[in-house]
Design a protein around this ligand. Structure first.
Ligand code: SF4
Length: 237
């Protein structure tokens, strides 16, 4: 499996649980606002044996793991890593995914406790936003339904980017989640042009205002509540 980096402990990736964060390399989407753009190439990261990943990721003061990237499910041996982490620590295991590889996700579910599921846009706009050769929506929808039908906690989340994502996108995601039987919190976070963003790709994009973000709360409907997470720009010293 290709690993880009491991952060010993994070208090912000899984609510209420300190986790060790494992970043995988490679992604099959090409979102213009990607904040980890150096991890998109399939050659990013370093091919690392699973026992070595487990050794580096365990023994910290965390109570679990968050696997992110890149897109972890493009790594076909992801289920093997998850199985090894579960057997070693027994702690909470969270996966960040955009859901475009349901076959790997299906094999991963037995070892997962929660999934942050990146809802990119309204279904009709997926291909335009993630810039793939073919429309990934059918596979993404399959993954959403798969997690909802499992015992794994499903945490939907969208990054709201002015100049790309609209209130109509958020509203359509809310209606979709409601139709699929999801009940609970749908988190919408603001985009910020962090150091990991490609400047040219993001030239027409901008950080939404707090007022724009707050207005999205009203789009909650049925059993779906829209919660807002406001990320501050971190200025380097
Ligand atoms: S899916 Fe995530 S990692 Fe992949 S390009 Fe989009 S934002 Fe970046």
């Amino acid at each position: 499996m290709r690993i880009a980096s491991i952060i010993d402990i994070s208090l912000v990736d899984v609510p209420g649980i300190p986790v060790t964060v494992i970043f995988t390399g490679g992604c099959n989407f090409d979102c213009p606002y990607c904040q980890n753009a150096s991890l998109i190439p399939t050659t990013s990261g370093v091919e690392t044996p699973i026992p070595e990943i487990v050794a580096r990721a365990t023994g910290h003061l965390s109570d679990g793991f968050c696997i992110t990237g890149g897109e972890p499910t493009v790594q076909s041996d992801l289920p093997d890593l998850l199985r090894a982490l579960k057997a070693t620590s027994g702690g909470h295991i969270n996966l960040n995914t955009q859901g475009s590889v349901p076959s790997t996700l299906r094999e991963s579910l037995p070892y997962l406790d929660s999934v942050w599921f990146d809802m990119k846009a309204a279904p009709s706009r997926y291909q335009e936003v993630v810039r793939t050769r073919s429309d990934p929506w059918g596979r993404v929808r399959e993954s959403i339904e798969m997690v909802l039908a499992s015992d794994v906690e499903f945490w939907p989340r969208t990054t709201y980017v002015s100049g790309l994502i609209t209130p109509e996108d958020i509203s359509e995601v809310v209606q979709l989640l409601d139709r699929l039987g999801f009940s609970g919190r749908y988190l919408v976070q603001n985009y910020i042009a962090s150091a990991g963003v490609r400047t040219e790709e993001a030239a027409t994009l901008s950080t939404p205002t707090k007022e724009e973000m707050e207005a999205l709360r009203t789009l909650g409907s049925g059993s779906v509540r829209v919660d807002i997470q406001w990320n501050e720009v971190v200025l380097s010293a």
